[in-house]
Design a protein around this ligand. Structure first.
Ligand SMILES: NC(=O)c1ccc[n+]([C@@H]2O[C@H](COP(=O)([O-])OP(=O)(O)OC[C@H]3O[C@@H](n4cnc5c(N)ncnc54)[C@H](OP(=O)(O)O)[C@@H]3O)[C@@H](O)[C@H]2O)c1
Length: 307
């Protein structure tokens, strides 16, 4: 199914944004439109008419099942691949690359995660906890070896995801938190600000990471969340087994030398406290799920930790 809202005066070749309905995708689409570029969004579900943006063509395709991808990438030069989920990102990339090669796409832009190449996922235990990083690394390699000129940007965890995960954890009476776990959350808007010029530029291969302005202990992030939503919970620090956990706890998910993000966690929390004061405790951040909801706003599916 294709749903189109044509925009007068736009150039005829759109940029395809896979996952353009997601947290990051919506922000990237907005910026591309502001730059005067027509956009074609690829996702499994198409937004309701009221949520569609003028100038955007919406195409339903499933990157894991392989349905509809050829039509979605036909006739375009650039594909920005943002569609992702807790599992299956290697297969998504493979199916996309197959269709993009056939369509002679000239630039494939991929969003990956900081740590994809530094977290060894060998055992089942590693995979259960950190299989997401293994999938992102495999997808990076699919893109790099595709023969399509490409650009890959790795980002740290988004504020929006950290907020969701904190909401899920805060449902527990006592919150177990890995000892030594740190994170460097970045606003999805900051990631979009870095990604869009890359999409409009020439293929650049693996580019420097985009990471949040500060590294935090996970307990600091959680306490900020709890403060914002007015909850009290004891936090119990636990150990994590395995090599992947060791790498993660050693900071493989961090990129302190690339602390280019602008929004601190303190600002995220302060915004939430402010909204809570005026909205009777029903606050949301743009692109952040309802407090404690723990579900993707686009898919309604539960959000997994580690993304
Ligand atoms: N969130 C983070 O902290 C973080 C950090 C670093 C990198 N990343 C990467 O950034 C990207 C965007 O993350 P996000 O948090 O913005 O994701 P999100 O909000 O969960 O959105 C995911 C998007 O992918 C689409 N999608 C999922 N499965 C699909 C499939 N099989 N076929 C086609 N479309 C599919 C979804 O639409 P439908 O459900 O309608 O298909 C949606 O548009 C992902 O690749 C993620 O790995 C995220």
């Amino acid at each position: 199914m294709n749903e189109t809202t044509p925009a007068p005066g736009r150039t005829p070749t759109p940029i395809v944004v896979t996952g353009g309905t997601g947290t990051l995708g919506r922000l990237v689409v907005k910026r591309l439109l502001a730059a005067g570029v027509p956009v074609r969004v690829l996702s499994r579900s198409i937004p309701d008419a009221a949520a569609r943006r003028p100038g955007v063509e919406y195409v339903a395709a499933d990157l894991e099942q392989g349905d509809g991808i050829g039509a979605a990438v036909a006739g375009v030069d650039t594909v920005v691949h943002l569609a992702g989920s807790g599992t299956g990102d290697e297969l998504k990339a493979r199916n996309l690359v197959h269709a993009a090669s056939a369509a002679q796409v000239k630039h494939l832009v991929y969003i990956s995660v900081v740590g994809a190449d530094r977290i060894p996922v060998v055992t089942k235990t590693d995979r259960n906890m950190f299989g997401y990083f293994e999938q992102k690394r495999a997808a990076e390699l699919v893109v790099a070896e595709s023969g399509i000129p490409h650009t890959t940007l790795r980002a740290t965890q988004f504020d929006e995801l950290v907020w969701l995960v904190a909401g899920v954890m805060a449902k527990l009476p006592v919150i177990p938190l890995p000892r030594g776990l740190r994170a460097q959350p970045v606003a999805a808007a900051d990631v979009a600000d870095h990604l869009v010029p890359l999409a409009l530029g020439a293929p650049a291969g693996l580019v420097p990471d985009v990471a949040g302005p500060r590294v935090y202990d996970a307990a600091e992030l959680l306490r900020g969340y709890l403060r914002a939503v007015g909850k009290r919970r004891p936090i119990v620090r636990i150990g994590l087994p395995g090599r992947a956990a060791k790498a993660m706890l050693g900071g493989a998910n961090l990129s302190p030398e690339r602390a280019v993000g602008t929004r601190t966690w303190e600002e995220v929390v302060a915004e939430q406290v402010g909204q809570r004061a005026v909205e009777d405790g029903d606050a949301e951040l743009p692109g952040i799920g309802r407090r404690g909801g723990g579900r993707s706003r686009t898919t309604g599916r539960p959000v997994k930790a580690g993304r």
